[in-house]
Design a protein around this ligand. Structure first.
Ligand SMILES: Cc1cc2nc3c(=O)[nH]c(=O)nc-3n(C[C@H](O)[C@H](O)[C@H](O)COP(=O)(O)O)c2cc1C
Length: 185
């Protein structure tokens, strides 16, 4: 079975986008096709970037554990809140930390906002950064607008059918890229 990492990137107290990460984990688990890990940057509480991991002399165990999670993943789903038209510093903190581990890594984007547009500007910003680092972003982000109204605290979607359909579409893109990557290796 392939391994999918769901990266929950908001570390804010009272965050809402983590609900979406929980939904994604559950949905993917229920397909029975993948091993899924939810990596929570709030829980990991990684230090602020000082240098890329490959140049760090004494990286902490939590940094090494995070790197290993990315390294061993066949695909990554980045759940990102929209902060001032971009993605949060916590996400940039871990993108910059790694180098080769992001290369050709299939990545699906899930921008989340409390507003009506579902983090459209996050995609523009993240796409450029991930392109620079040579990751492989799949088409068709799953935008989540008005997150509080769409997902309950435990990650249950209010309109389960609609969000299952959107999640399936996102997963389909990610699975295609993961399969292609394995074939090309
Ligand atoms: C610093 C900051 C900036 C924000 N900027 C935007 C924004 O530009 N557009 C928007 O729709 N929502 C914005 N929001 C609201 C977030 O999208 C909202 O908190 C949402 O729940 C996702 O973030 P969270 O997971 O941290 O809760 C902002 C929130 C914070 C804390």
């Amino acid at each position: 079975m392939s391994r999918i990492l769901v990266l929950s990137s908001s570390i804010r107290a009272g965050r809402m986008s983590h609900r979406v990460a929980q939904h994604l984990k559950r949905h993917i688990q229920n397909t029975g096709r993948h091993i899924v890990h939810l990596v929570d940057l709030q829980e990991l509480d990684l230090p602020l970037f000082h240098e890329r991991l490959k140049f760090l002399e004494n990286p902490g165990p939590e940094v090494l554990a995070f790197a290993e999670q990315v390294r061993s993943a066949d695909g990554v789903i980045m759940v990102s809140p929209e902060y001032n038209g971009s993605y949060p510093a916590s996400l940039k903190n871990v993108i910059d930390l790694l180098t080769e581990d992001w290369r050709k890594k299939p990545i699906a984007l899930v921008p989340v906002s409390s507003g009506a547009f579902g983090g459209t500007q996050v995609v523009t910003q993240l796409l450029f950064t991930l392109w620079k680092i040579r990751a492989w972003v799949v088409p068709g982000a799953m935008h989540v607008p008005n997150v509080k109204d769409n997902f309950q605290e435990d990650g249950t979607a209010v309109d389960a059918e609609a969000w299952a359909r959107r999640t399936t579409a996102l997963l389909d893109e990610l699975e295609w890229a993961m399969e292609a990557r394995i074939k090309m290796a």
